[in-house]
Design a protein around this ligand. Sequence first.
Ligand SMILES: Nc1ncnc2c1ncn2[C@@H]1O[C@H](COP(=O)(O)OP(=O)(O)O)[C@@H](O)[C@H]1O
Ligand SMILES: [Mg+2]
Length: 335
Amino acid sequence: MFIPVTPAPCIAIETVSKAFGANPALRAVSLEVRQGEIFGLIGASGAGKSTLLRLINGLERADSGAIRVEGQSVAGLDGADLRALRRRIGMIFQHFNLLTAKTAAQNVALPMELEGTRSRAEIAARTAALLERVALADHAGKYPAQLSGGQKQRVGVARALACAPSILLCDEATSALDPETTAQVLDLLASLNQELGLTIVLITHEMEVVRRICDRVGVLERGALVEQGDVIEVFLDPRDGATRRMLHEDSEPLPPPAPGERRVRLIARGAVVEQKWLSRIMREASVDLALHEGRIARIKGEAYGRLTATLSGGDVDRAIALLRAEGLRVLESAA
Ligand SMILES: Nc1ncnc2c1ncn2[C@@H]1O[C@H](COP(=O)(O)OP(=O)(O)O)[C@@H](O)[C@H]1O
Ligand SMILES: [Mg+2]
């Protein structure tokens, strides 16, 4: 008998709730982060994103629910076990959190010195290799004040990797950076994810960040996880109002289609996006098409397109059948 093997999740969060006094920060949140993926957690300010990260690395305790990191329950850990957990989890922050009185190299070396398991020579060699990896070999002796925002965050990345964690948590790590520097830091994270098999949880309020490097995404709104899935699916077909607002899709509702008209949403991904199916099929079925909304973009290198349109006249059923035969997803909606 064939028994499919589902890999154990790297981080498993099960119906976790957390309140600060009367203020619920997380409400029964369940999500799984898989080994080796980049998981984006998106939500507006105050949605509970940072609280969730602090629960994962044991800085806060959940009121209820369970959190397991690499199979180990976080709730019961303290002392040496908690420190061991935190060494497996690196963190980077919006404002870098570097020690201003220490050089880039000293900042990177510090977690290894605190860990106390490596010789001084080993720490020096590893610090140099990490700074080299984040393209800062020439800046090892500089203080944070002498570095640009992007350079400071790359020191932050090198420091987070110092104790060779298997998980990296990023709390708005690019929110203080300009778009070009943001792209550089995100690309660095994506290449470290590939090279080291590092599992990354990236929290952000920007969809663009998710679109650039994340495999899957969860949407938090006022403490509740309202949507979770593959990035491409969530972008193509967001289910929740909060997600649509974040994608700037909370436009005016359309008037309902007139009798005889059909409102459809067409979703294409991959090679089919580039092809000339639309005009050919409308012609073939003698159907008129009024376009309401559309977008074409790339997510992690794959093209996708989406159109909302009203079909009328001719043989609309045949047009829809032909669109589906072409490999498009056709969702019918009343509005
Ligand atoms: N230490 C704390 N004490 C009291 N309230 C807190 C604390 N940390 C977070 N909160 C509250 O919990 C909610 C979620 O906060 P947070 O997790 O920081 O959101 P986000 O990171 O998504 O902006 C907010 O209402 C915030 O004010
Ligand atoms: Mg936060």
